[in-house]
Design a protein around this ligand. Sequence first.
Ligand SMILES: Cc1cc2nc3c(=O)[nH]c(=O)nc-3n(C[C@H](O)[C@H](O)[C@H](O)COP(=O)(O)OP(=O)(O)OC[C@H]3O[C@@H](n4cnc5c(N)ncnc54)[C@H](O)[C@@H]3O)c2cc1C
Length: 387
Amino acid sequence: MALHPYDLYDVRSLLSEEERAVQDTVARFTNERVLPIIGDAFDEGRFPKELVPEIAGLGLLGSSLPEKYGCAGLNSVSYGLICQELERGDSGIRSFVSVQSSLCMYPIYAYGSEEQRQRWLPDMAAGKVIGCFGLTEPHGGSDPANMKTHAKRDGDDWVINGSKMWITNGNLADIAIVWAMTDEGIQGFLVEKGMPGFTAQEVKHKMSLRASVTSALFFDNVRVPDSNRLPNVKGLKGPLGCLTQARYGITWGPIGAAVACLDEALRYTKERILFGRPVAATQAVQLKLADMARRITTAQLLSLQLGRLKDAGTMQPTQVSLAKWNNVRMAIDIAREARDLLGGAGITTEHCPIRHALNLESVITYEGTETVHQLVVGRELTGINAF
Ligand SMILES: Cc1cc2nc3c(=O)[nH]c(=O)nc-3n(C[C@H](O)[C@H](O)[C@H](O)COP(=O)(O)OP(=O)(O)OC[C@H]3O[C@@H](n4cnc5c(N)ncnc54)[C@H](O)[C@@H]3O)c2cc1C
């Protein structure tokens, strides 16, 4: 029996019935709703906001959180499969879901009060309230401990001053989870759109993640009530805990992008006749295609085992770093190689590889650059912090 070219190790057979159903549902959504519009959205530099109600209707926002908050209560492997199938469409769509789910809903669930959970989570699951996550600052995202944005207590309020940079969903968002330095260390605040002194400015001229909104946030004496502070966490472990959730999903997403690129490369090289035969009949091209399949298979197994560890409650941040590094590197290399195999046709957004390659330039940088994740693994091996 022929093997499936995008699942040579039959990883799908390791999934439960529910996990397969989730994958199939999201795959259908991507095929029917994302793929027909995404090339144009990328060209136009437009986030397809019209998809948000459908994404919410499928239960893809905060999918791992409990049903009592209006969420789907799915396991981590299902969340990973959601990311994989969405990113087969575009990294921008997956980024929207990652930020809403892992960086905004998760901290409200994990660090918020019951009142905050009740107030925000059902509307966020329904896509009625959109969130963004402000950690990175203009002077250097890899070193978040050196945070300049600060919040000062003033009676029952906090007054926030500072700025954040490269914030996904920034201009779309109704609420921002903002991490700020206080006298008691880093704390998280829910800053609502329209609060005086809070402004967002969209980053223009991006060549990557063009179908996603990226913004700078500014805080000029923004007064926030203490009831908008996340009460159950202090210190860098707050934002880092969110990043571990999001990075976990990001290990899966690029598998989808890589599969989309291999799919195009396979089809194109089998149809392209050069020197009297399909270019796929040459050894040089088959080596490249085989190498893509090898790397995708490795990434699939890595993410699935990571998901099983996460569902068992034993996943370690270093394991997430290893998988984020491996899988994003795998996908960006495949996207560039696929672009090359398409020749001149590969440089337009009529075909997906260049769009994925450009998007993955952001994915390899955000949520910890590749170097940062390599240093995390190096620290685990040696016990020496080389940052
Ligand atoms: C499209 C996009 C969306 C984003 N969305 C969000 C978001 O929603 N929320 C948010 O908070 N942030 C977001 N980010 C920010 C992202 O997380 C940061 O860009 C990232 O952490 C890197 O920070 P930086 O850009 O300041 O680079 P820097 O930290 O200045 O790094 C510059 C270079 O130095 C290298 N480097 C850093 N430290 C070391 C070291 N010790 N040794 C060797 N090399 C080192 C890095 O690997 C990199 O190559 C987003 C970024 C992008 C591009």
